[in-house]
Design a protein around this ligand. Sequence first.
Ligand code: GLU
Length: 303
Amino acid sequence: MEMSKVLERVAEEAAQLRGAGMVMDYIPALAEVDPDHFGIALAELDGSVLGVGDWETPFSVQSISKVFTLALVLAGSDESFWQRVGREPSGSAFNSLVQLEHERGIPRNPFINAGALAVTDELISMVGDASGDLLAFLREESGNPDLEVDENVAASEAAHADRNLALAHFMASYGTLRNPVATVLDQYVRQCSIAMSCRDLALAALFLADRGFRRDGSALLSCRQAKRINAIMLTCGTYDAAGEFAYRVGVPGKSGVGGGILSVIPGRCAVAVWSPGLDKRGNSVVGMAALDHFTTLTGWSVF
Ligand code: GLU
């Protein structure tokens, strides 16, 4: 079946669930988003991209940004980074404090909030303006020079950041962070508040489908590093629902509480989907169902 037909079929199925789930409300600016949005985009290794629905409408990428900050950190550092952050699934909520105490300030993986704060801390040490560096990278890879931090979302998240502040202070007490908590949190909030469309995200993630090569042909990551990020996405990318995501979708994926899910099909393409209604674990209900349908129709699950 032609890929445009596959995406249309996926969108038709998704339409039946439209509006399912709850738009997240702990960041007030995101609670205002219309829950009926749905978009899906697929970018292939040659840079061609197609989509259906609201695939060109920007939304808050939130935790999907964590994939890209991890890639930038791994591209510029050595394996010693893994002494500060683990790489096992957490089985806990994305913003849980409990595990962090048991494990003496070392976050379980780079995609839960504590781990992502540690990654951002590392990127600050490497480049200073971590969110600016990330934005430049995303503009380049998506081919969209207009990408920006949504200042309204950033201000709203910064004003409701008690949980993330607690995580950061807790890690600081164990010596996991190198930069001041306020700096790390500011940069983390800004990276999460970047607005991108499904189109932008699918294009920006192609290096993960293409063995670490950027769209200009240069290598951001080694083949081994790209493989590893994909593995961490599969095992840790959807919070405490990573098992469910592997069961239903079966490819590396990373969700965000803005309702986006970015998935990578190594050697083929990147697919981004967006629908704001979330399940209890913070993953897009319609997005997950759409990707389930997509990998079933194409047979592109890795399983
Ligand atoms: N900025 C959000 C937070 O820190 C990201 C959560 C998410 O997308 O999972 O709570």
